[in-house]
Design a protein around this ligand. Structure first.
Ligand code: ADP
Length: 236
């Protein structure tokens, strides 16, 4: 499949363009904080519960809160019905998401507590770990969890010998590399950096630059979504 033709990608994007993104803060009324995110063909719900007493007690940390992120793909979220329940991939994504979030949440404020972050992928089209972290960040902010910054994530990669921002499904499957990045946008401190495939050092630098830039654009959308929720409260 020809992934890049006349400088344009399969969906008409230029190499440095993001897919369309829509973010809604607080759609769930039971959760302490929540977010609904549409990002290209991805649809994701994030729900935050806590801080609350960590149970079972042996997981408690006397100096800080434990962050328990759980990433799950609905069985109907991918082309072939996915077997329900956790698998290697979802365990890996849950772990790296917990670690990314732990580094911005002020966990020392809540010793012995836990914060549950549920990420449900309803519809998947590549980049779901980045979309999950981005949605979880808005849900955490919506829950009023104190953080150094609102984390944000975005991937870049290489398709058809070109370094591009934000791979979609076909590009992820047939592409040459994928580099998911999560940052704290104010400092640009890196919270997650992974790489699948092969890149030269120059291509890697370009991918990182594109992903950083994508993160900054999405950080603006996260803040707008949160502002919108609190503005609508003022109007009520
Ligand atoms: P990410 O979603 O973060 O890019 P991967 O690179 O592991 O993570 O997956 C890329 C894409 O492959 C997913 O977004 C999804 O569209 C698809 N995919 C992942 N797992 C499955 C699965 N079990 N069955 C079918 N498609 C899947």
């Amino acid at each position: 499949m020809e992934l890049i033709k006349d400088g344009k990608r399969l969906d008409g994007r230029k190499p440095d363009e993001l897919r369309p993104i829509k973010i809604e803060a607080g759609p769930l009324h039971r959760a302490d904080g929540s977010c609904y995110l549409e990002w290209g063909g991805n649809k994701i719900i994030a729900a935050v519960y806590g801080p609350k007493e960590a149970i079972p007690r042996h997981i408690q940390n006397p100096t800080r809160a434990v962050i328990n992120a759980k990433y799950n793909m609905a069985s109907f979220s991918v082309g072939d019905r996915k077997r329900p329940g956790p698998d290697r991939r979802s365990r890996e994504i849950s772990k790296i998401t917990s670690e990314a979030l732990e580094n911005v949440i002020l966990t020392e404020m809540f010793p012995r507590a836990m914060i549950d972050v549920n990420i449900e992928v309803l519809d998947a089209d590549a980049g779901t770990r980045c979309a999950g972290i981005t949605a979880a960040a808005v849900a955490l902010a919506d829950a009023g969890i104190p953080m150094e910054d609102i984390p944000v994530a975005c991937a870049a990669g290489k398709v058809g010998d070109t370094v591009v921002l934000d791979l979609m499904g076909e590009e992820d499957q047939e592409g040459q590399a994928d580099v998911p990045l999560a940052i704290a946008p104010r400092t640009e401190n890196i919270l997650l950096l992974q790489m699948d495939g092969h890149l030269t050092v120059e291509e890697f630098d370009r991918a990182l630059e594109l992903a950083m830039n994508g993160c900054q654009q999405i950080a603006t959308m996260q803040r707008e979504a949160l502002m919108k929720k609190y503005q609508s409260f003022e109007e009520d």
